[in-house]
Design a protein around this ligand. Sequence first.
Ligand SMILES: Nc1nc2c(ncn2[C@@H]2O[C@H](COP(=O)(O)OP(=O)(O)OP(=O)(O)O)[C@@H](O)[C@H]2O)c(=O)[nH]1
Ligand SMILES: [Mg+2]
Ligand SMILES: [Zn+2]
Length: 346
Amino acid sequence: MSNFYSLSQLGWKPFFQQQLDLEEWENATLGRVVSQERSAIIVQTPESRMLIQVTMDMPLFSVGDWILLDSSGAFVRLLERFSLFSRKAAGEKSHVQLIASNIDTLFIVSSMNRDFNLNRIERYLALANETGVEPVIVLTKLDICDEPELYIEQIKAMDPFLQSVTVNSLDQASVRKLDEWCVEGRTVALLGSSGVGKSTLINTLLGESAQETNAIREDDAKGRHTTTSRTIHFLSSGGLLLDTPGMRELQLAGCEQGVEETFSEITELAEQCRFGDCQHEHEPGCAVRAAVDSGRLDERRLSNYLKLIKEQAFNSATLAEKRARDRDFGRMVRSVTKSKQNKRNS
Ligand SMILES: Nc1nc2c(ncn2[C@@H]2O[C@H](COP(=O)(O)OP(=O)(O)OP(=O)(O)O)[C@@H](O)[C@H]2O)c(=O)[nH]1
Ligand SMILES: [Mg+2]
Ligand SMILES: [Zn+2]
């Protein structure tokens, strides 16, 4: 692997260029966050790779971010992102977790075995559509799947225009099918459950074992959460691949547009419902329900749509409430400190 990259090889675009003034463009160093550790980011600049400690006064970083550094290599500012994937953090925690930024293409990786799940794929699609990133469904384990057509049919039934590819991630020739998206300066993020073969795919595309991989469990075909951090890898073709840890749950937040777009046939039908605020549950004159009853719309798809719409609204409200609480708390701390200072000065 060469240690020197041009800015465009790192994914630089006019979108970022527009955010700099001439003085910055001439003197500052630009770098891309290629990996993240607990309290540091790993940044790749055209000349070197460096570790920057993250301090309280810095913004929340995501792998994929572009940052500006001064001549001594110190952080100056974060450049605006053209795409950002985030989710509500897993479990009870109410905060947003950044998954990846400045992504051109999303590979939604899924294996053609018992772990295959359309509801889950629709979640990832909502995320891609929300951010305007091109999604590609990558169906793995072609070599050990008896009837790949059955999986492709399900994808096509969901959305006939969706791009999908079947691969054996262990086979060099097979993964060539992904070449058209792995081109210079373009960043592809791989998302999907643990064990679907995201790291295997990356290793085969790289032609080396850069990422550790692990066999899945026999009983339920689920993975063992082998990858634990997000890392960008550089292909010799010039493409950039972002490996991510398999997610146990992808809780959507602030994703209404993305969900609507993913289920566009339902939103179109909804325009013909008798009531403008129809919830497509038990209302009379519901065109969506009628489509389910006549077999034109899959019941599964409707229930997943309703579930995701509710979930993202609920999570956005929880996150907004948390932000308001943090703000109130910050205000209280500031006013207490101020009144203490006033007392001292008086
Ligand atoms: N036969 C076959 N095995 C595959 C294929 N893709 C992945 N595997 C195997 O599936 C297992 C899991 O692959 P990983 O690449 O570790 O899966 P991952 O998606 O990176 O999983 P996490 O890092 O846990 O999120 C490994 O034993 C791989 O060898 C494939 O296309 N065909
Ligand atoms: Mg992995
Ligand atoms: Zn309705």
